[in-house]
Design a protein around this ligand. Sequence first.
Ligand code: NI
Length: 170
Amino acid sequence: MAIRTILTVPDPVLKQVSKPVDAVTDETRALMDDMLETMYAAPGIGLAAVQIGVPQRVIVMDLAKEGEEPAPRYFVNPELLEFDGEKQPYEEGCLSVPDYFDEVERPKRVRLRYLNYKGEQVEEWAEGMYAVCIQHEMDHLEGTLFIDHLSRLKRAYAISKVKKAKKRVA
Ligand code: NI
């Protein structure tokens, strides 16, 4: 396993549409292991492969609270099958937009289908944090960031904030 570099806005790779994975192989699992380690180190609760520069439809997530056992989840080729009409606002952040948080409205419940770490097909409803996080991560697969759901002004502010912070570190 290895910690990879997380791309930040306005890196154009983040705008790419990720490609489906043909089959869950040891190579896919190695990618997911690296992604999980990278996400834990950040630290974050979700990461899409494109955020480490690999535009494949792969996501990792861990929604365990502090003090709980780690509970990694893996998603390959996830698809949204249906969602509840009701929308709910939630304050989101993103490892590719560090230190910026803002409210995004998304459906409260979604039903999804994906392949897990073993390559088995899973179909389930997601709600609460899980619903927020999976929709945020699946947006990454389409090249969409949570700031793309905000006003142009807020988006520009978020990007300039990240750019400035990066300059200070470099
Ligand atoms: Ni994100």
